[in-house]
Design a protein around this ligand. Sequence first.
Ligand SMILES: [Zn+2]
Length: 218
Amino acid sequence: MNIPSKLIAFVSLFSVVVFVFAADHPVASVSADAALAKLKEGNTRFVNSKVSAGKPTAARRAETAQSQHPFAIILGCADSRTSPEIIFDQNIGDIFVVRNAGNLVDDHALGSIEYGVEHLGARLIVVLGHERCGAVTAALASDNAPGHLQSVVRDIQPAVQATKGKPGDATDLAVAENARLMAAKVRSDANLGDLAKDVRIISAVYDLDSGKVDFGKE
Ligand SMILES: [Zn+2]
């Protein structure tokens, strides 16, 4: 192989590497700050019963059928009253949602979150707890539960212990603390590489009565 062909081979290889890297890390769907503003605006529409009409449409389905660019990741509770697409008035393809009872961070949740950031371009991560959470209520009642519920009440115990004896409603306090602790866990354990500097991770609590989401501090 003479010098020019070596050079061409190197440049070709470099181009492929750049292409693959670019494909693996799509640009941010929107910035974290813009994503938070969109969630707040959507929640305000939901609270005021001014939700967008007629979605999801066939057009939006066609637009998102081949690829997705969600602007936020939400780790929420499996509770049937807290569906993020509804309470933030968003459409299919808008938010990447991970849910389990108690909005807990485990390896599957972390893997899903890392995928949403690295491969789908989301830069905002919200851990969303909610009022009267059954999982938190169970964890407050006992650190023991039958079957696999045991792992749920076990992982909420740090929030129960941290808020024990504090003034206020025990469930409300533990719900907010659990969301805050889980957001901290995402911050410390998610492997986001050099994208971490662009990512915001916040906790929030959804009010079942008013429909309002109260965003906590980072
Ligand atoms: Zn819940």
